[in-house]
Write a protein that binds this ligand. Structure first.
Ligand code: HEM
Length: 445
């Protein structure tokens, strides 16, 4: 196995791959570079603020690229792009709900506003005034007014573009992937497509927006673990409520890829051409969301670190072209998870059986915490299900680019067990992080 070929000066991702030039999720989405663009902050509020503001810039990048594509689009394509932008504005509105719930007031004042937002408003002037365009403009204006009330703009604030690293952020959508290679041969270089279409920009951005929010979730989970060890139950519950609000946003965000059609997706998922009489291809395979190292760190830190099937899965399989387990994840495996921290808290508080905390008027702080943890678990599971349903809409039962496919995902969610097509011999059902809390529900009298 080799180290993935570096893309410019992007930091390494720690994965090992079969061919250094294969399309790799971390390179394609530019994950390691993206995660350097948030300054280390002492409190979770600032990170959430930055993540939300950067995600907002990314979504505006998609809308601007859609509006540019509209100029050469036929009516059907134009309607599709505008409808996507309506969905994005709805998502931004939900994101505003999320952020306003966690941070009733912007924690940091910024000098000036987003240059992309001004360009976007300007670009809407050239739109035809049909029903879809009118809806898009009305929603965008309503969201902008809401956003302007929340965002603190001050002459003495931080410089908007510099603080949010906007220009660097907006250079991460060039989608580096494997170079053209003869079918059945390995690529010899990485390349960026000559032109990135509006759908591929959206596809890269939706993953980047997820990676930003995964970072915020990881931060909340790690802070919650530390707080639990310091017996700060109420503050942990607050943190977990924040995590759930973010998960609810992600439950909507996972449907954004379906704003392109299956054919739009196939156009860049797997491209072929004939050169010198040979069939050549390039595409997304074997890159896959399974290579999202932050998603794994979230699973490990939340409670999967103790599960032997999961540990074996992370160590990898000879038939797969990526080894998932990174050195950082191995180190994280050796540290307590959220589930461990909760169990140890219960032991310190003298709770022998978790059902005791739900008895009326007993240890209400623990009962509130348990409910927040259960909801976090619930929305993690719902993410799995939403992702499965969305991808069925996009690719049906086609094999996944990462070779694991729909069957594997259904198995992780406990919806089905794979047949002969399985790669891992053990059933990959992922246990819930707080099985004891779920079981207690059946024992309530
Ligand atoms: C058109 C959109 C998408 C399709 C068709 C799709 C398809 C798939 C498939 C088939 C897998 C199983 C592994 C494989 O064979 O590749 C997978 C795994 C995964 N995908 Fe997606 N996906 C899409 C969008 C996303 C997005 C937006 C995210 C957000 C980060 C994401 C995150 C993941 C993660 C984390 C896994 C691993 C899940 C696990 O191992 O439990 N996917 N995806």
């Amino acid at each position: 196995m080799e180290t993935p070929a570096p893309w410019h000066t992007d930091p390494a991702c720690e994965h090992r791959v079969a061919c250094k030039f294969q399309t790799h999720y971390c390179t394609y989405i530019r994950v390691p570079k993206l995660l350097t663009l948030q300054p280390a902050s002492k409190n979770s509020d600032e990170l959430i603020f930055i993540v939300a503001a950067q995600a907002r810039e990314l979504w505006m990048r998609v809308m601007l690229s859609d509006l540019a594509a509209l100029k050469n689009a036929d009516t059907g394509q134009a309607q599709k792009l505008l409808r996507r932008d309506i969905e994005i504005v709805k998502l931004l509105d939900l994101q505003s709900n999320t952020v306003e719930t966690i941070l009733p007031r912007a924690p940091i004042a910024l000098r000036a506003q987003s240059a992309q937002l001004a360009r976007l408003m300007h670009a809407t002037r050239a739109l035809p005034r049909d029903e879809t365009a009118r809806e898009f403009i009305a929603r965008l204006r309503a969201w902008r007014a809401r956003d302007a009330k929340w965002m603190r703009v001050s002459e003495r604030g931080r410089a908007y573009e510099k603080y949010l690293r906007v220009s660097e952020l907006l250079q991460l959508q060039n989608a580096p992937k494997m170079d053209w290679a003869a079918v059945g041969q390995s690529p010899n270089a990485l390349s960026v497509p000559e032109q990135i279409g509006a759908d591929e920009v959206m596809f890269v951005v939706v993953h980047q927006a997820f990676e930003l929010w995964f970072k915020a979730l990881r931060d909340l989970v790690e802070r919650s673990i530390a707080l639990l060890f310091a017996d700060q139950v109420v503050e942990t519950t607050r943190m977990m409520h924040h995590a759930v609000v973010i998960q609810k946003l992600l439950a909507q965000q996972i449907h954004i890829p379906a704003t392109m059609t299956p054919h739009d997706f196939l156009a860049f998922r797997n491209e072929t051409k004939i050169a010198d009489g040979k069939k050549m291809w390039r595409g997304l395979s074997p890159a896959s969301g399974t290579e999202s190292y932050q998603f794994r760190e979230l699973e490990i830190a939340s409670g999967l670190r103790d599960n032997p099937t999961y540990q074996e899965f992370l160590r990898g399989h000879a038939d797969l072209t990526t080894r998932f387990l990174t050195a950082t994840q191995e180190r994280r495996m050796a540290q307590p998870s959220l589930a461990d921290a909760f169990d140890q808290l219960l032991a310190r508080r003298g709770v022998a059986d978790v059902i005791e905390i739900f008895a009326p008027h007993r240890q209400t702080d623990l009962a509130d915490l348990a409910d927040a943890l259960l909801e976090y678990d619930e929305f993690f599971y719902l993410w799995r299900v939403n992702h499965i349903v969305m991808l069925q809409r996009m690719i049906g039962e086609k094999p996944g680019t990462g070779y694991l496919g729909l069957g594997y995902l259904k198995e992780t969610a406990g919806l089905a067990v794979q047949g002969v097509e399985r790669i891992f011999t053990q059933v990959q059902k992922r246990p819930r992080f707080f099985e004891n809390l779920w079981h207690a529900r059946s024992r309530f009298k």
